[in-house]
Design a protein around this ligand. Structure first.
Ligand SMILES: C[S@@+](CC[C@H](N)C(=O)[O-])C[C@H]1O[C@@H](n2cnc3c(N)ncnc32)[C@H](O)[C@@H]1O
Length: 312
């Protein structure tokens, strides 16, 4: 814990990014990877292999972009840097381990950017009714306001139908990938909504679950649209199902894409993200991961994932 605290302190990231928890997440991802090294290995190998094969098959080798590069656990950086003239690694936060790896290559750039196209807007419109001592630093715009005023804002807006200042649509910036010959979205799609929903839940709760899920879904849809409109080669690797087990018996299936269908065939494998012992002795979490080496050319899939427990 102490080690992770100092890692967070030393993490080079904007203050709002750290406040929203992105720094803590990437540090705990690296710590989880150390603890679950063997359980994660097949997933990381499958992801890297799919990216290496797709890169080898990509005729244009000018510019590659990796979206959600994070700690570079699943990114074959050496292979990409050898194949492409320029490689951009995009993530909202680049841990020091990734900075050290990237520094070994003259043609690799780290870009700190929000991929969702909505994170700064979510951050700056949040309000909170928590007691002052217990709440995180107030977002811009609600500084110096008392709890009563903030509670009043929430009550008045809820009375108007639950909209606390309507959230605009996510607008992921196409300039992030403009002109790229090769774009990889690697295990980031399903992660995009989570910190934003957590932040909103803590500061500006949704009127109901349907509103929350619709917001999560819009973030997923916009990332998919960004990739689908890109003229270069696009590789998509994403979790498509979360499975919770107790003593190896499935007890819950969660759709991490909020109902967004991916009607494309690709490779699939399991990522044992939390093997028994990580959460507790009995409980475990597995992710079903889908990898599409060429999004535009992927065969149309006739099946859609079914989250009922009886389904395979
Ligand atoms: C499961 S991790 C992906 C792991 C990464 N590919 C690796 O090998 O370490 C999800 C990544 O998504 C990033 N991420 C989450 N939300 C983001 C956002 N709005 N913009 C940019 N990156 C984001 C996180 O910082 C994290 O690095």
């Amino acid at each position: 814990m102490i080690v992770e605290f100092f890692q967070h302190l030393r993490l080079p990231a904007a203050k709002w990014v750290k406040q929203m928890g992105y720094g803590r997440e990437i540090i705990s991802l690296e710590a989880r990877h150390q603890r679950c090294h063997d359980a994660w290995a097949p997933h990381l190998t499958a992801t890297r292999r799919l990216i290496i094969d797709a890169a080898a098959d990509c005729q244009d080798t000018g510019h590659a972009v990796v979206l959600g590069s994070g700690a570079l656990l699943d990114v074959p950086l050496h292979d990409l840097a050898a194949r492409f003239d320029r490689v951009d690694l995009i993530d909202i936060v680049h841990p020091n381990s990734a900075r050290r790896q990237a520094a070994r290559f003259d043609n690799v750039r780290l870009i700190a950017a929000d991929i969702s196209g909505i994170a700064p807007a979510v951050y700056s419109q949040a309000v909170t009714a928590d007691p002052i001592g217990a709440r995180p630093p107030p977002p811009i715009g609600s500084r110096d306001k008392s709890c009563e005023i903030i509670s009043g804002v929430i009550d008045r807006n809820l009375a108007k139908g639950g909209a606390l200042g309507a959230l605009r649509e996510p607008r992921p910036d196409p300039a992030m990938i403009a002109g790229a010959d090769f774009v990889v979205s690697t295990n980031v799609l399903a992660q995009l909504p989570l910190p934003l929903l957590d932040w909103l839940q803590a500061h500006r709760p949704f009127a109901d679950d349907a509103a929350r899920d619709a917001f999560g879904r819009s973030i997923i849809d916009h990332h998919l649209a960004l990739l689908q409109h890109h003229p270069g080669r696009v590789v998509l690797i994403t979790e498509v199902l979360r499975l919770i087990t107790v003593d190896e018996n499935p007890i819950e299936k969660i759709d991490p894409l909020f109902g967004a269908p991916i009607f494309a065939d690709g490779e699939e494998w399991w990522w044992d993200v939390a093997p028994p012992g990580e959460i507790d002795r009995h409980r475990a979490m597995r992710l079903r991961v889908k990898g599409l080496p060429d999004l535009a050319k992927a065969d149309q899939s006739r099946s859609c994932r079914n989250t009922t427990l009886a389904a395979p």
